[in-house]
Ligand binder design. Structure first.
Ligand code: NDP
Length: 448
């Protein structure tokens, strides 16, 4: 088949084969618009058919996890690892345990991850994995037994120089510890095969905080670009997990008023702004609690509202940090009407396509997660290099390096995202093009 060149041809090629994978097609669609003109302007990119090859995963591993829970009952789950692109380094990207996990969700995440990792400037390819296992309400022992069974299969396909998974939704320090322990026992190797490890066994300082802190460092750069600053701004945050809580903490430390957190069951609202100690309480307790936000309500740290989201609250800045497609067109309308001027994604693809279009139509500053949440994987890259050197670096220096990386990603987005004769910065376009050039050059250099 000849190389494909125009947007419709490439999108149709994918849509006819993967028509039922809506999240994957959504992510690809979002990127193709920006990169196809760059591709068509470069004869080498076309000769190597880089766009179509970049959209397709190099390999998808699918497996069944049959395991015996702590009551001795047999349970069966599905697991995947999408090894999307390794032209820039070992496959790198998190593991997600959630009932909504399927091949479409993981393909979208792995595709996005390649672009994000390219923006960090570190040598990492892109991948993503996970299982439809639902950890909610499970005992610690069940979690351990599941993680061990999951790793018994996954360990065949990963390695410090091959594929280095990390955490994602419902996979935090505890799960990484159990996964790592099983890998080490089976392989008799102590190597940097996972990131997000405990500090006692090869983990890096600042990894836990990195995605949320990095998001706020990026916000700092966006504010500076727009001649303003975070201090005094009213910020709504969605989610109450790793990313949301650390973003809320850093924004508060920088003088913003963070008025919300949320989860899949509702919203915590504090009109006066959460204090640092409220957020630290949530960081310490959230993994142990069934609903940390309801607990915070009972401790007078805010009001809990069942089944509500933060998008109707008046604010200057919105940070969606929970999950994909959580912010719809009507939510975008409400945010714009209530004075929001900046939306930076902490989660992966939290804004639907229609919400994104509305933001650009109203010239709201909108930053996609592949740029603004790249701090987590950047620190993972730094964890990998510390593991390779059997060293552990100073937290202050790592935090400064995270800040520098986020500022650099911001400058790449601005350089590629400024539209001719217009001062509106299209951060999506900037991120897509800057990442694509690096990926495409690496693919051309390495041949077919
Ligand atoms: P966590 O598991 O720590 O937290 C997820 C949070 O999102 C929980 O509060 C959860 O609520 C909430 N949530 C999940 N599903 C929904 C839903 N459908 N509607 C509303 N809220 C929901 O995950 P992380 O904080 O690690 O990840 C959050 C997002 O950030 C994901 O998109 C992830 O891919 C992305 N990300 C994470 C990185 C990391 O370093 N951890 C790096 C880069 C991106 P509940 O408890 O009720 O389920």
């Amino acid at each position: 088949m000849k190389q494909l060149s125009n947007f419709d041809e490439i999108y149709q090629f994918l849509a006819t084969r993967f028509g039922n994978e809506k999240e994957y097609l959504q992510a690809v669609h979002e990127v193709l618009h920006d990169i196809v003109p760059i591709y068509n302007a470069n004869e080498q990119y076309k000769a190597f058919d880089v766009v179509r090859r970049l959209c397709l995963p190099e390999r998808i591993i699918y497996f069944t996890i049959s395991w015996s829970n702590s009551d001795g009952d047999v349970e069966v789950n599905q697991g995947w690892r999408v090894q999307h692109n390794s032209n820039m380094g070992p496959y790198k990207g998190g593991l997600r345990f959630h009932p909504s996990v399927n091949v479409s969700v993981l393909k979208f995440l792995a595709f996005e991850q390649c672009f994000k990792n390219a923006l960090t400037g570190l040598p990492m390819g892109g991948g993503k994995g996970g299982s439809d296992f639902n950890p909610r309400g499970r005992s610690d022992r069940d979690i351990m037994l599941f993680c061990q069974a999951f790793m018994r299969e996954l360990q065949r396909h990963i390695g410090a120089n091959t594929d280095v998974p990390a955490g994602d939704i419902n996979v935090g320090a505890r799960e990484i510890g159990y996964l790592y322990g099983e890998y080490r026992r089976l392989n008799n190797k102590f190597e940097g095969v996972l990131t997000g490890k405990g500090l006692e066994f090869g983990g890096s300082y600042v990894r836990t905080e990195a995605t949320g802190f990095g998001l706020v460092y990026f916000l700092d750069a966006v504010c500076a670009e727009h001649d303003t600053h975070i201090e005094g701004k009213t910020v709504v945050v969605s989610g109450a997990g790793n990313v949301a809580l650390h973003a809320a903490l850093k924004a508060t430390q920088k003088g913003a008023k963070v008025i919300s957190l949320s989860n899949s069951r509702g919203l915590l609202h504090n009109e006066a702004g959460l204090s640092e100690s409220d957020i630290n309480y949530a960081i310490e307790q959230h993994t142990a609690s069934d609903n940390i936000l309801r607990d915070m309500d009972s401790k007078k740290m805010g009001q809990w509202h069942e089944n509500k989201t933060p998008w109707n609250l008046p604010c200057d800045i919105a940070l969606p940090c929970a999950t994909q497609n959580e912010l719809h067109e009507t939510d975008a309308e409400a945010l714009i009407e209530n004075g929001c001027t900046m939306v930076l994604e902490g989660a992966n693809m939290p804004c639907t396509n229609k919400a994104q279009s509305l933001f650009s139509k109203h010239r709201i500053t909108y930053v996609p997660g592949k740029a603004s949440n790249a701090g987590g994987v950047a620190l993972s890259g730094l964890e990998m290099s510390q593991n390779a050197m059997f060293s552990q670096r100073d937290p202050k220096l790592l935090d400064e390096e995270l800040n520098d990386i986020m500022k650099h990603i911001h400058s790449l987005c601005v350089a590629e995202g400024k539209e001719n004769g217009d001062d509106y910065i299209n951060y999506m376009k900037g991120a897509n093009i800057a990442a694509f050039r690096r990926l495409a050059d690496a693919m051309v250099a390495q041949g077919i």
